[in-house]
Design a binder for this molecule. Sequence first.
Ligand SMILES: *Cc1c(COP(=O)(O)O)cnc(C)c1O
Ligand code: SF4
Length: 345
Amino acid sequence: MAGSRPIRTPKELLAQHLIQEDQVAAITDVAKRYALSITPAMRSRIVELDDPVARQFVPTEDELTSLPEEREDPIGDDPFTPVKGVTHRYPDRVLLKPVLVCPVYCRFCFRREVVGPGDSMLKESQLAAALDYIRSHPEIWEVIFTGGDPFIMSPDRLRPILRALDGIEHVKVIRFHTRVPVVDPDRVTEDLVEALTMDTPVWVVVHTNHSQEIGDGARRALRLLAGSGIPLVSQTVLLKGVNDTPEALEDLFRTLIVNRVKPYYLHHGDLAVGTSHFRTTIKEGQALARSLRGRVSGLCQPTYVLDIPGGHGKVPIGPTYLNGNGTVTDPWGIAHTYPPKTTED
Ligand SMILES: *Cc1c(COP(=O)(O)O)cnc(C)c1O
Ligand code: SF4
């Protein structure tokens, strides 16, 4: 039975039969370190223990294992933070993080050291400073709301921030990164859509990792957003044991396209502390991306990317089809000389 409130404690996990009695002590240690929340919508998508939805949200003892290469700031945001709540790494766009809370806490989160309940919302004065920073940097073309999950803010709290950005001449695009339409779809309301509607176009990047997450509520939320003229794209993290098969990825990307969401990025797992059980190798990721090419509509193909640790940015990591020896490999794995010899086809 999914309740009407999120699951937030190991005791509630036990009561909901998501963990066993003998796991409570270890999971309590995990929950002390990393925030825990499972929304009713996501609880209702869990069919059995260890399924692709459960694995993303139910804590495990594996999270207490950390490897030397793992980092507290895996993608290196800290050095690029000119004012609190703003990350400015690429000249033409900034991240704006007004809140550091989420409706669910993903066990593989790359910001797991900073997200969670507590003092995690920008104060009025900090928000004003962030907007001033954006206002005084004419090279900022795009403002990207992330967090935390920015759609956890009520439309009434979002509206003034959005109207302020709408008034900045050089800000041409506003983008939201959010898991809300999938994990807490009731938050997507007409009122939210109204708050998002202004002269400056708003794009929404929906974070989702498995088609099993996408229920009727999510379909309705996506339809409402798309129907309001908000372009939707998606971001997925490649996760061992969750979506690291050709079938799982194919099913997810087809489901997204059918729901008017264009797959944008497939992220290689970041080196966040205590997440090694979720990471594939890049080689495995490339083989998965290759398996989709030629078999699945081009609309369903995201770009496989790596966020280089240390704040060096995101880059596509293949696979590549152009070979060093003057040949190009077709979607079925056969190499062809390019340009073709005149005697050949
Ligand atoms: C990921 C990221 C962006 C957005 O990158 P896109 O490739 O435009 O999606 C912007 N700023 C920072 C700091 C990022 O990490
Ligand atoms: S929704 Fe995003 S920021 Fe929040 S816990 Fe999940 S991965 Fe982290």
